[in-house]
Design a protein around this ligand. Sequence first.
Ligand code: SDX
Length: 431
Amino acid sequence: MKKAEIILEDKTYEMPVIVGTMNEKAFDISTLRKDSGYITLDQGYQNTGSCISKITYIDGEKGILRYRGIPIEELAIKSSFSETAYLLIYGKLPTAEELHTFSVKLTENAMLHEDMLNFLRSYPIHSHPMAILSSMVNTLSIFYPEEFSMDSDEGSVAFDLTAARLLSKIRTIAAFSYKKSIGEPFIYPEPDLKYAANFLNMMFNSPTKKYNLDPDIVKTLNKMLIIHGDHEQNCSTSTVRLVGSSKVNLYSSICAGICALWGPLHGGANQGVIEMLEDIIKNHKNIKGFIEKVKDKKSRTLLMGFGHRVYKTYDPRAKILKEDCMNILNKFHIKDPLLDLALELEEIALKDDYFLSRNLYPNVDFYSGILYRALGIPTNMFTVMFAIGRLPGWIAHWKEMHDTVPFRIGRPRQIYMGEPLLHYTPMNNRK
Ligand code: SDX
């Protein structure tokens, strides 16, 4: 085992070097503070690994993304979302029998407890669907309060049921929140529809207008959910791991992940991209002026959907989504000015040194919103769609963490830069 040496105050400390399957390297600082009294500082964890994982591999320089070793380009074309969810959570592609059992479990758990609908109906009409989703997912812990420990047979049976409940009910909650927002009756899940088709049916079918389940639309939604499936230690997945490390239940850990994903720097960017594109169109499509504003730091304007902490090249998911945007809009003869604008923005940015010198390329969020629009999904539900896709990844990481021995609660350290010792001052002595 190779070692890294750190010399602190003339003393040398050795740390074991860890080399990953794809030759990623780290040195393990688990004993650093005990041995030397030092900790490390790494704002935003740009250089810090929080765990060892077997779920997803990303090569940010080469634009590679693999789930359990399988490239997403293959899964996006050949797999289904349920099958990919199984792969992420259980670590292997399911046999026909395993997939059937998993799908039956998803079907059986698609309904919400009728009492949960009282909560849904009581949210104000303008409620953001991500606020509803996080609240309703945490409410599942009220309706299914059974605790389980992962190191027992009953525990793994209970985990399987909890995972199936989450994967299936998140879809129903999302669709019901949309129906509520447009004042239409809830369309209940259909037992003979598969995952993506069931969601589309709950979203767009209505008592007065039959929704036609177009196979290309169903296939596109499957693909979109698959490519959002997991992305190693991103902000929301790290949140699920950290919250889950206190041994709180899976529903509440996932609720925390949904809240983290909502942020505009993370999963909320897909909604942010559409709002940005609409703003540019409102301002007479002054693309040049917008790009100049982005490059002027004082404006604090971001080119939403561009840049990534890990990808320093084109996000492989953005490539897939860009192609699907063209295909679906062509197939349904949709002329979306936002797509034309997005393509123009990408072309201009990728010739501009500000973006190239900072390795800023389109990420998963740059084209996903345009595709969701083409599927008829409203802008404020784009991040909900991201959450539905990312759920299997969150569950997989929560399970992997609980299966890791020793199990440790996450608790980072800090460097204190506040006041030295002070004493309480009576009111009349204060300034
Ligand atoms: C997701 O982590 C994941 O894996 C996330 C995700 C997943 O699947 O889970 O891939 C999903 O969240 C994708 C990212 C969605 N967010 C956006 O599209 C919002 C816009 N992007 C930026 O906010 C930013 O690029 C981040 C948040 C995505 C990454 O931020 P970093 O890694 O902290 O990069 P940085 O802020 O240090 O940027 C480096 C430089 C800075 O300029 P300088 O200080 O060097 O002069 O690039 C600039 C930044 O100002 N920059 C941008 C920019 N992104 C970075 N400038 C303009 N527009 C942008 N979008």
